[in-house]
Design a binder for this molecule. Structure first.
Ligand code: ADP
Length: 396
């Protein structure tokens, strides 16, 4: 069966068509600037030339149709009939407390996705539009929703409750949900397999470090804690997000500068993190090269980021009562040897040793710790699309 994986953002749509017989990607691509002037589709079919078109896309319905047309194009396509697509797997940001696993979409599920709009205001509406666009464009083809929050639903109450008025939880579902769940699920499962651990007796920490970053503590394959919270703002500092902070800062600066809470939250989401500390860039490549050239604020941004990641790892070692493997993934985790080295330097006290040469290599799944390290340190490239496709296949 061929499965189309869709990841709809507010003005973008990423897709992959995967042949599930061999898990080969037949084509992938991206629609950008949907609903904005200058919309463009980039389509990359396997073994054929890349194809780019600039054409107006007034909404996601138009974008989905353009993707289907590209997949069936006589020169750049990889299928001849839309019926070859057996199912569509959709990345959905927030499933709240009701959607704790992937599910075939029906009207009730669409209602739940709608109910979660306040919890994922930027993503959930776009995710639902993507689903409805596929219902129209591919009538009869099942749509499966794979939630970013689902993997974290096994957290115990002590991990997901905030120490805020209890009725906030009862009335508004205020609690930790966690995000990047598909990635944490994929990487933790692969880490268990790769490190040869017993799935029912394993302690793994996943460090998903990208533009957005989150960590998870995974006991026997199930998430018991994660660093992002009600929204993706909590946890370690990120490209442009502050991560954890004293909420009183919001009141203090809002009063000083006459800003609303919404304006403050925009600053904490979009103008903070390593971008704000470095004053230069949210891209970790720029921070590393800035540090090499003597830029103190780039060095400070890296220091703060890696210190906070190490502190989360330390707390998760405690939560898990030990750790067997620590896995790095996502843009920074997979590619930045300096970041991995800085993070792991905090754990020499417990006999975790990086092989500094192996740490500098690039490639697929790999171990970067020495044979005598007390804990295996791994790099496991994440593959959220494949995980979405696998879960979709299982359900249909
Ligand atoms: P997201 O999915 O959250 O947008 P990614 O996981 O794709 O992010 O990660 C993107 C980030 O990865 C970029 O912001 C960049 O900082 C970082 N990155 C990519 N390659 C490297 C590299 N070689 N060294 C350091 N950082 C890198």
């Amino acid at each position: 069966m061929k499965i189309l994986v869709l990841n709809c953002g507010s003005s973008s749509l990423k897709y992959q068509l995967i042949n599930m017989e061999n898990e080969e990607v037949l084509a992938k691509g991206l629609c950008e600037r949907i609903g904005i002037e200058g919309s463009a589709l980039t389509h990359k079919p396997a073994g054929k030339d890349k194809y780019e078109i600039q054409t107006p896309m007034k909404d996601h319905q138009v974008a989905v149709q353009l993707v289907l047309d590209a997949l069936m194009d006589k020169d750049h396509g990889v299928i001849t009939d839309a019926k070859e697509i057996g199912a569509v797997g959709h990345r959905v940001l927030h499933g709240g407390q009701k959607c704790t696993q992937s599910v075939v979409v029906d009207e009730k599920i669409k209602d739940v996705i709608r109910e979660c709009f306040p919890l994922g205001p930027l993503h959930n509406p776009a995710n639902l539009i993507g689903i409805e666009a596929c219902e129209k464009a591919l009538p009869g083809t099942p749509n499966v929703a794979v939630f970013d929050t689902a993997f974290h639903q096994t957290m115990p109450k002590k991990a997901y409750m905030y120490a805020t008025p209890y009725e906030w939880y009862e009335k508004y579902d205020i609690r930790r949900y966690g995000f990047h769940g598909t990635s944490h699920a994929f990487v933790s499962a692969r880490a268990i397999e790769f490190a040869g651990l017993d799935p029912n007796n394993s302690k793994v920490i996943v460090c998903h470090l990208g533009n957005g970053s989150s960590l998870s503590a995974v006991l026997n394959g199930k998430c018991i804690d994660t660093s992002m919270g009600l929204t993706p703002l909590e946890g370690v500092p990120m490209g442009t997000r502050s991560g954890d902070l004293d909420p009183a800062i919001v009141q203090f600066v809002a009063n000083k500068e006459g800003k609303t809470v919404d304006e403050m939250l925009t600053i904490l989401n979009k103008k903070s993190g390593v971008l704000a500390i470095s004053g230069k860039s949210s891209d970790f490549r720029d921070l590393v090269s800035g540090k090499e050239q003597g830029d103190e604020r780039c060095a400070l941004a890296l220091d703060i980021f890696t210190y906070k990641v190490a502190k989360y790892i330390g707390s998760y070692i405690t939560a898990l009562h030990g750790v067997d493997a620590i896995a790095f993934t996502a843009g920074v985790g997979e590619n930045s040897a300096p970041v991995r080295e800085m993070v792991m330097s905090y754990f020499d006290y417990m006999g975790i040793k990086l092989d500094l040469e192996k740490n500098k290599e690039f490639g697929d799944d790999r171990e970067i710790s020495t044979p005598d390290s007390s804990v295996k340190v791994l790099v496991i490239p994440t593959n959220e699309e494949l995980r979405i496709a696998r879960e979709t296949l299982e359900l249909v």
